[in-house]
Design a protein around this ligand. Sequence first.
Ligand code: KG4
Ligand code: ZN
Length: 339
Amino acid sequence: MRNVKENPIILGIESSCDETAAAVIRGRVLLSDEIISSAPVQAKYGGVVPEIASRAHTDAVDEVVTRALHSAGIRKEELDAVAVTYGAGLLGALLVGLSFAKGFAYGLNIPLIGVNHIRGHLAAAYLEDETLEPPFMTLLASGGHTAIIHTKSYTDFEVLGGTLDDAAGEAFDKIARVLSLPYPGGPHVEALAREGRPVVPMPKMLKGLGGYDFSYSGLKTHVINYVHNSEQRGEAWSRADVAASFQSAALDILVQKVVEGARERGVSTVTAGGGVVANGYLRERLQAACNAAGLRLVLPAKKHCTDNGAMIAAEGLMQYRAGNFAPLTLNAAASIPLR
Ligand code: KG4
Ligand code: ZN
């Protein structure tokens, strides 16, 4: 029987998309947090090219892990476990981090922990506030997923609802293209929106009365049509106003739903995770809505909203404490259903 520690030292590795990231934690304390991103290279192609991402991970993974151990002041022999994203994400990209982690765990004779990327985004909040414990209601909004999730215990969660088509981040990336902004679109749309006003009418996104499901496809089509029609008619239109109008339509619904979820389930804490939660407008609106509803809000730092190794280490800790270790035969999974 392996000696299970209360506050193990865990290395987290993330390579599901275009960030190669590694971090070291001791219990819920973050010791280091390193990232090498291929986003600037991907930007030239207007999005993530899977093969380029895989090659970039291959070049970066050893370096990023070495940096993470070095800046944590930890020798690899001191590690108690290696946590790694096994899905969801780009298969070739995932395999780079997973294979590296397997080699590391095997070589050091320590447990391997397979982390679901989405649960990693949820776990980022644990690092922000060491007193945070379930239950809480989370707004998850990334490039691949958007959902309202009730975390009932450290290992049990329920999806109340979410997008039926595009994820919020995906919608930001598509609208960025319409507005001739570079990849990744989210931060550029946010910056442009700051110069505009939300005066362009946008369609409702709710699917089903009172539920938690919504759709981004109508909103996206509406923006595309608005831009094309205005241009065809030779009418003046404001890119900044379109950005601001899209941003509030895309994000206000998320704020409303997570607060509704918390109230309905009698949960007093709200958290958030995923790249879109780096959005300043969303963070302000969440804070205001939680204040008004008397809810406590735990928001991960912006750098822990977009993909990172710290969140993988944090979720690894939850799995470690639950005794959920993975065999060395663990395979990568391109998609893991949310519900
Ligand atoms: O969580 P993440 O880093 O990767 C996935 O797991 O998908 O999320 C990336 C997504 C991208 O679609 C990006 O455009 C969006 O998050 N994003 C933002 C912002 N920063 C990143 N969306 C809106 N506003 C931002 N500031
Ligand atoms: Zn992510």
